[in-house]
Write a protein that binds this ligand. Sequence first.
Ligand code: SF4
Length: 373
Amino acid sequence: MSAGIYLHIPFCKSRCSYCDFATDVWRSSNAVERYVDAICSEVRNSKFEIRNLADTIYFGGGTPSLLNPAQIEKILNSVLSEFSVANECEITMEMNPATVTPESLAAYRALGVNRASFGVQTFDDRALKLLARGHDANDARLTFKMLRDAGFDNVSFDLIAGLPGQTLDVWQRNLAEAIAMSPEHLSLYLLEIHEGTPLAEQLRSNRQPQPDPELAAEMYEVMLDRLSAAGYKQYEISNFSKPGYESRHNSKYWTLDPVFGFGVSAHSFDGEQRYANERDTAKYVELIGNRASTENYRETIDIASEYVFLGLRLENGIDLRQYRERFGKDLLARYRDEIELLRDSGLVEIADDRIKLTRKGKLYSNEVFAVFV
Ligand code: SF4
């Protein structure tokens, strides 16, 4: 089973109002340089015995495209010096509009970055302001053109539905523009409100209209129809691609392949245990400097249970024969009552020795997954 390598770059130009990721507003280039040295050091002194060939590398954040090509090269070299990396490795970098230049994109490509995950979120300038994204829709259009000009032929857009005040009409225009730009992959999320974020506070104090779950559900349905008609295949609840452009790295999370994460707040799974690193960037760098462990969480997981709710995220669902072979148990017998209830409610379907979510089940997926946790 091949592995993925995840590298977390926490810096952003500013903090978006809905974000609860481990991010730091870019302060000084010295701090960034220290962080780059720290993550390289963590990779070089990895606690993981990684015997698997790595066939995906993923720079996530934060905004990895704030690092200059020399810094990306330094990190990539540390990975290449420690791990066996497949020749055809998928190397993804998350990028935000207005953080790259034609020169930096050409340099990333020359280093082997062959996939861009591009944080568009919406083409509506009013919503971009509300989200405090720090760029406008035109920046996204220009950056996408730069990506194409630099030769990026595997680009994913992130879009968010269900924003406060977003109408169905605005969402449809977003979808239409995204489809017209024809990226190879789309990740489309319903807005989640995280406690402690400025957006949560704005909603609590009624400074923004409350999200409407029924409208969000309608947006999801429209999205399924529009993307399918445009030739995108849904392969996971929130992910759509043209044929052959599924994210190899993200697919590892849903099929429980090992992923080894480095950097502040990075998560790892070695096939049995999950790990997470310290969430505070300054503390992470200090721990690395002191040669101390950066781990702040470790858990041995119930793989047979996670396999179910992660597998149900996938369009093809779970192969019941494979489940029997891997875990020596019959899934339908193990969860007989729960599955009967879900089937009666029209949330899952069973056919051809597979169980998968129905269209309605995708809308209520969190409720379905809760049954198996
Ligand atoms: S760019 Fe992404 S990671 Fe950075 S603050 Fe905004 S949502 Fe969070």
